[in-house]
Design a protein around this ligand. Structure first.
Ligand code: F6R
Length: 367
């Protein structure tokens, strides 16, 4: 059932070109420049007229929510707040009619996310969901929603569910941007054509970067700490890269927006500290280069995820993984892939139980 792979996690990482394409199938039309999301068709007007959207989720799904915030605000000009579902629940939240609550959950059973949904519903908000498991409690209790269609995810560390969630958020943001008149048909075609090309680019990354990440993993297997830095759309990917590493390899790792480094974490950097920089967002490239120089000046070891043509970043890095370029807004769908592989290979080298890490469960049904 692992289709020849040693672990479900690796199988699921390699399934992503297909799971992402499945998620888009029948929903996007690159020639016409249109997007049809049947599950939320009836509430598109409400969504377009919403005062704001509050996204609530936990863990990796919360990270996809953070990517969603950038997508909705950039593509649809809809204000978004992202909340940890657990915190939302206990904060006497200011939410009501005219607001939309969007919950994101792979399993559709996470207790805190379910509680946040119920709280928002009780206060009169429209509640929407992005779930992977059809028939799950969250998918049944939301007013409307979009399934990710990533297929069953068995590995405890979420991989293909994350990318499918980001694909759904991208399609929702584009559909909303089109509806609200912020994206004209010409632009819509451009975006949708590029989105449609993403699964092939992921395939290319898996083919070209697998050996490199394996080699890199050997060098850093016994590092006690890792820092992940990203900016803009790739800041949530830094958080996700760090979470993947800590949950399966038990190495302490933290993700930061790159500019925050000098407000504290820079004190940690020395010749023992690997720093993974996600330098594939073109509009923040110069700033990222300054951050890399700051790390190098303190002898930190730079591992970069960068666009193929970015020789500046390559020259400054001890190790670099080149990925195909795409629009900055779609970049998380590509940059997360090598980070999943890196954490996988490090965990395997350390002899960890990759598919079932200690202390973790696939769905967290207690608060
Ligand atoms: C990380 C991971 C967890 C889940 C979180 C939410 O790899 O698996 O952080 O993302 O428990 O789970 P769902 O999405 O099922 O609500």
């Amino acid at each position: 059932e692992k289709a020849g792979y040693p672990h479900f996690m690796l199988k699921e990482i390699f399934e992503q070109p297909r799971s992402m394409a499945d998620c888009m199938r029948g929903r996007i039309d690159p020639d016409k420049g249109t997007i049809q999301l049947g599950g939320i068709a009836d509430v598109m007007d409400d969504l377009a007229n919403a005062n704001r959207v509050i996204i609530a989720a936990c863990g990796t799904s919360w990270h996809s929510g953070l990517v969603g915030e950038y997508l909705f605000e950039y593509l649809a000009k809809t204000p978004v707040e992202v909340e940890y579902a657990s915190e939302f629940r206990y904060s006497d939240p200011l939410i009501g009619e005219g607001d939309v609550m969007l919950v994101i959950s792979q399993s559709g059973e996470t207790a805190d996310t379910l509680a946040a949904l119920r709280e928002a519903k009780e206060r009169g908000a429209l509640v929407l969901g992005i779930c992977n498991v059809v028939g799950s409690t969250i998918s049944r209790e939301t007013d409307a929603g979009v399934f990710t269609h990533a297929g069953p995810e068995i590995g405890v560390a979420s991989t293909k569910a994350f990318t499918a969630q980001v694909v759904v958020l991208t399609m929702m943001a584009l559909a909303l941007g089109i509806k609200k008149g912020h994206i004209d048909n010409k632009k819509a075609k451009k975006y949708i054509k590029e989105l449609n090309a993403i699964p092939d680019k992921v395939d290319q990354i898996l083919k070209e970067c697998d050996d490199d990440t394996k080699e890199m993993a050997k060098m850093f297997t016994y590092a006690p700490n890792f820092l992940y830095l990203g900016r803009s759309y790739n800041f949530p990917v830094a958080l996700e890269g760090a979470l993947k590493l800590k949950e399966i390899s038990y190495i302490h790792a933290e993700g930061y927006p790159a500019a925050e480094m000098k407000h504290g974490p820079i004190a940690l950097i020395d010749e023992m500290m690997p720093v993974v920089v996600i330098a594939a967002t073109t509009h923040t490239n110069d700033k990222m280069i300054s951050n890399i120089e700051e790390v190098k000046a303190r002898k930190g070891r730079i591992i970069s995820i960068m666009n193929k043509e970015n020789s500046d970043v390559k020259e400054l890095s001890e190790y670099s993984i080149s990925i195909p370029s795409t629009f900055d807004v779609f970049s998380p769908l590509l940059t997360v892939i090598p980070l999943q592989l890196l954490s996988y290979y490090i965990a395997v080298n350390r002899g960890c139980n990759v598919d079932q890490p200690r202390n973790l469960a696939k769905s967290v049904t207690v608060e």
